[in-house]
Design a protein around this ligand. Structure first.
Ligand SMILES: Nc1ncnc2c1ncn2[C@@H]1O[C@H](COP(=O)(O)OP(=O)(O)OP(=O)(O)O)[C@@H](O)[C@H]1O
Ligand SMILES: [Mg+2]
Length: 300
């Protein structure tokens, strides 16, 4: 495996799943997102360059890398919210921004004021009603929307607290309801920016399992930004790792290696596998365990 500076060629990488055809004769794994030799500059500074990666239908993909490396910016570029300096991104074979109705997006660092009285159920309903929010639907469509909200609340296991004010719920409870909201329009791709951030370890595992289950059982592709790969390792098909020296894309076994991370960081990194399968990254300039002051010190 090579690094994307010069560009990574992912064509020779092992596909995480069999690339066959379904009963309808269509490919099982059409490409949802195709990032080709993409470079982003913000405020005159190159954030990342020569990133090449693909996200296939139904795949579970992690975007990993240290603070400030441009993970959120990559999601925004896929959504067409931030333009590329060079290269190309295609979403369902269209330019970014033209197929966003196929994406459920959860931005980074969402928090609710504790005094906010809106119920969890209403937050999910906002995703179903979308731009019609505030305008009453006719009776039949309103009942269908309410039934959809019930289904979504059931899917994320939030039935016990969905009628309580969202501001009073725990971080993990809020996260489940926000995932339900992002799923409201049956997206083909769910893009979640650090959904495990600020959750305790049991909740990280539970929300990761929920997201993994949605990917496998509902057939929704998931792209998740994370700092610690361990909670999501069991569900991962593919990893896009952004580093200061470039980017790498491939299966976790291809990308999360001492050699690849050493090249990405430009400093010696060792990846160790613990007996329980957890990966321990040693020598990383900003280890997840020390990841408390998220923006205080600028770039690592
Ligand atoms: N509008 C902007 N103008 C200039 N620089 C920006 C702008 N938005 C983001 N940046 C910078 O681009 C870099 C990448 O930001 P981004 O939020 O994508 O990083 P990240 O990898 O998601 O970081 P974190 O792990 O902290 O969430 C940062 O150095 C940030 O300060
Ligand atoms: Mg971010």
């Amino acid at each position: 495996m090579s690094l994307a500076h010069p560009p990574v060629d992912t064509a020779d990488m092992a596909a995480p799943r069999d690339a066959g055809t379904g009963p309808d004769g269509l490919p099982d794994d059409p490409v949802l997102v195709d990032v080709r030799d993409a470079t982003m500059t913000l405020g005159g500074r190159t954030i990342w360059s020569h990133v090449t990666a693909q996200i296939g239908a139904g795949e579970f993909v992690a975007i990993l890398g240290p603070n400030g490396v441009g993970k959120s910016s990559l999601l925004k570029a896929i959504l067409g919210l931030v333009p590329l300096a060079s290269g190309e991104i295609r979403l369902l074979d269209r330019p970014p921004g033209q197929a966003n109705h196929e994406i459920g997006y959860l931005p980074q660092r969402r928090s609710f004021d504790p005094s906010l009285r809106i119920r969890g159920r209403d937050v999910v309903r906002l995703g179903v009603d979308g731009d019609r929010w505030g305008f009453p639907l006719p009776g039949r469509r309103s009942r269908a929307a309410a039934a959809r909200v019930d289904d979504l609340i059931g899917l994320v296991g939030a039935g016990a607290y969905a009628d309580r004010p969202i501001g009073q719920l725990s971080g993990g409870e809020q996260q489940r309801l926000l995932i339900a909201q992002a799923l409201a329009r049956k997206p083909r791709l769910l893009m979640l920016d650090e959904p495990l951030d600020s959750l305790d370890l049991p909740n990280q595992a539970a929300v990761a399992a929920l997201i993994g289950g949605i990917c496998r059982q509902e057939g929704v592709a998931v792209t998740i930004v994370a700092h610690d790969v361990n909670p999501i390792l069991a569900y991962l098909d593919r990893v896009i790792y952004l580093g200061q020296g470039g980017a790498a894309s491939g299966t976790p076994a291809e990308v999360i290696t001492s050699a690849t991370l050493t090249a990405l960081y430009g400093t010696p990194i060792e990846v160790l596998a613990a007996s329980d399968g957890r990966l321990v990254v040693v020598g990383q300039p900003e280890a997840p365990a020390h990841h408390t002051d998220r923006h205080g010190n600028g770039r690592p």
